[in-house]
Design a protein around this ligand. Structure first.
Ligand SMILES: [Zn+2]
Length: 141
């Protein structure tokens, strides 16, 4: 019993650490969401119709504030593509867009790990084309 408690503690701790590391790696999230989208496309016919749009893809949902906060923090308040500041500290006219890494039209999901921060211009340029993210990361040192 004592070992089971330690194992449970270790498993929970490892899960949190792994999530933290992977959520911060957008290239991993891109590859992960591409794999998920393949499974979704295979199984989409089994989804309840109320979850699908008129194109037969997963419906867009409102992104919860906690997801927006997590993504904004991870992406350091900057567009992941062009690095435009979206904190409103420098320019209040640039709109924040919460973009699907793998677009919904390509069987992407409304999952927090499939969302990234972008400016309006980059979001419109990307639109529903190929899944895309960037290697732009804020250096901590
Ligand atoms: Zn941009």
């Amino acid at each position: 019993m004592r070992h089971e408690k330690k194992f449970e503690f270790l498993f929970e701790h490892l899960s949190n650490e792994i999530f933290y590391i992977l959520f911060n790696n957008r290239n991993f999230l891109l590859k992960f969401n591409e794999i998920v989208s393949e499974s979704v496309s295979d199984l989409i016919d089994t989804y309840p119709s109320n979850l699908l749009n008129n194109k037969g893809r997963i419906k867009r949902t409102n992104i919860p504030v906690w997801v927006k906060n997590a993504v904004f923090h991870r992406d350091k308040g900057r567009c992941v593509f062009c690095n435009t500041d979206l904190t409103s500290l420098v320019n209040t006219l640039t709109a924040k867009n919460y973009d699907h890494i793998v677009p919904l039209d390509l069987f992407g999901a409304n999952d927090p790990c499939n969302i990234q921060l972008s400016c309006e211009k980059c979001n419109k340029t990307k639109s529903n084309k190929d899944p895309e993210t960037s290697n732009n990361y804020y250096s901590w040192w």
